[in-house]
Design a protein around this ligand. Structure first.
Ligand code: ADP
Length: 503
């Protein structure tokens, strides 16, 4: 990181928050980050992306623009796959399954997946920049989280491809066939990796659809598949909207659906699939409790709270959006949280110093704003640091609410934005009861000095993942998934493999 001493009003696009920028007019020196924009010169993007079906680029009738949410400028156009296109992709996947992939030895499958991982690694910087441009997330996150984790999933599942008999000893199993995968816009490349890598390792072929606002990194991945020489039709990549997703879900030749997205759409898909023999995995919404006990290492916990809710602008299904603080330390936690929020840098996602990037879309910004307004209307106290937001693009200040009741909408509904609700508890029992008082059950965090408390609480909290003294940590070997309305089935680890096999 570079700093420079400033004596005049800042002219750069990057935004500093609160005190660090000062009034910027006097001679008084203020320390300011120098702009540190990631170069976009090395990336290669087409003006228009067709569908990737049977190893070829296939045109369709309708296209839609994909924009950079930080500038509102169009980056490229992407195909909107129709029912006919979906059918074509499914038939290509079926043919590839019957003629090629199901006959490819596990060892050979592993080689392809390793090759994909290695090519992704070579293109890591390009993937990161495109992910940031298309989705609005800070470049430091796409570089250090999205891309490395995505390719780690390919490496991990490549390792399992020829060892399935050891993964599931003494069990009879077989691949499923054509699997349909539908992913959201918050971690496009990573969600694709979570789904494609285990599907291929188990011998299935894939039709996957990206979300409306983020089609680009999946099409980059298509180029990687071509470069890796993956046989035609083994992975087919589509872009489009809900109707494209529904056509995949309802296609009779698709044997399994893996969905990540909203609980609302998850329920729709479950209704469509009911009565068929299709397998399902659902990774849906969340409203995680991040619980800070009075004996917790406070400064570490503050960082965990920040990472838990402001990472990726809070567009994270496992975000620690409900903070439960033990009453005795509430004042100090809120004070430190305010202080820390002032130092978060909101602005140009391509700047390496940016902590909070752009909101993914206008629609999402509207949803966040509406829920935050409901919090204010219901009498909760909103805190937002002073920071200047860029004129163009979609932005929301990192925010938190105090004076929150469990019944308030902001404590119940998933905001999917950089907004935290602070609640309190007095005893571990009360913390558990409050943490579980939600329709969701995806994740949780517990901060305490006492291992015994961690074990006791982890067992009592109904969430698929519980982090202790950390938050938002991922590893391809760890299963991830929910309880209740957060869905079912697991992704990652051996459990994630199991979802792509018939037993
Ligand atoms: P979010 O609220 O995160 O945008 P959605 O559940 O709306 O999540 O979208 C997640 C994914 O589901 C996207 O790829 C979207 O296009 C797809 N989708 C939306 N509606 C349907 C549907 N009826 N059937 C299948 N997929 C759908």
């Amino acid at each position: 990181m570079t700093f420079r001493e400033k004596t005049s009003a800042p002219a750069d696009r990057s935004i500093t928050s609160g005190g660090s920028r000062g009034n910027g007019t006097a001679k008084k020196a203020v320390w300011e980050y120098a702009p540190s924009a990631e170069s976009t010169e090395h990336i290669q993007l087409r003006d228009r992306y067709d569908l990737f079906i049977n190893g070829k680029w296939v045109k369709t009738r309708k296209y839609f623009p994909t924009i950079n949410p930080a500038t509102e400028e169009k980056i490229a156009e992407a195909a909107w796959a129709s029912k006919v296109d979906v059918n074509r992709a499914v038939l290509a996947a079926e043919k590839a399954y019957n003629n090629v992939w199901s006959k490819t030895s596990p060892k050979e499958r592993a080689k392809y997946i390793f090759r994909i991982a290695r090519i992704m690694q070579e293109k890591a910087r390009e993937f990161a920049v495109i992910e940031t441009m298309d989705g609005g997330k800070p470049i430091k996150e796409s570089k250090s989280v999205d891309v490395p984790l995505a390719l780690a999933h390919f490496f991990y599942y490549a390792g399992w491809a020829d060892k399935l008999k050891y993964a599931f000893p003494n069990q009879q199993f077989s691949s499923i066939g054509v699997v349909g995968q539908i992913i959201p816009w918050n971690f496009p490349l990573l969600m694709a990796a979570w789904k494609i890598a285990p599907a291929l390792a188990c011998g299935n072929t894939v039709v996957i659809k990206s979300a409306e606002t983020t089609p680009l990194t999946l099409y980059k991945l298509a180029e990687v598949f071509q470069e890796a020489g993956l046989p035609d039709g083994v992975v087919n990549i589509l872009s489009g909207a809900g109707d494209t997703g529904a056509a995949i879900v309802n296609h009779p030749k698709v044997k399994k659906i893996a969905f990540t997205g909203s609980t609302e759409v998850g329920k729709l898909i479950m209704r469509s699939v009911a009565g068929t023999s299709k397998k399902l995995t659902m990774e849906l919404g969340g409203k995680a409790a991040n619980i800070i006990m009075e004996d917790a290492p406070i400064d570490q916990a503050i960082e965990g709270i920040i990472n838990g809710i402001y990472f990726n602008q809070g567009h994270v299904c496992c975000a620690g959006s409900r903070l439960f603080v033990q009453e005795s330390i509430k004042q100090i936690v809120v004070k430190k949280l305010k202080h820390r929020l002032k130092s978060l840098r909101v602005g140009d996602p391509l700047d390496k110093n940016t902590d909070v990037g752009a909101i993914n879309s206008k629609m999402q910004l509207k949803k966040i704003t509406e829920l935050v307004n409901s919090g204010v209307d219901e009498g909760c106290t909103l805190y937002q640091p002073e920071c200047r937001l860029p004129d163009k693009g979609f932005w929301f200040k990192p925010s938190f609410f105090t004076n929150v009741a469990q019944s308030n909408r902001i404590a119940q509904e998933e905001i999917f934005g950089p907004v935290l609700s602070v609640l309190t508890f007095r005893t571990p029992k009360e913390a558990i009861e409050k943490a579980n008082n939600t329709q969701y059950g995806l994740s949780a965090g517990i901060w305490t000095d006492k291992g015994s408390k961690i074990f006791k609480m982890v067992g009592a909290i109904k969430a698929g993942v519980v982090w202790s003294n950390t938050y938002n940590k991922f590893n391809p070997a760890s299963p991830f998934g929910g309880y209740k309305e957060s869905g079912f089935g697991r992704e990652g680890g051996l459990q994630g493999l199991k979802e792509y096999l018939n037993f």
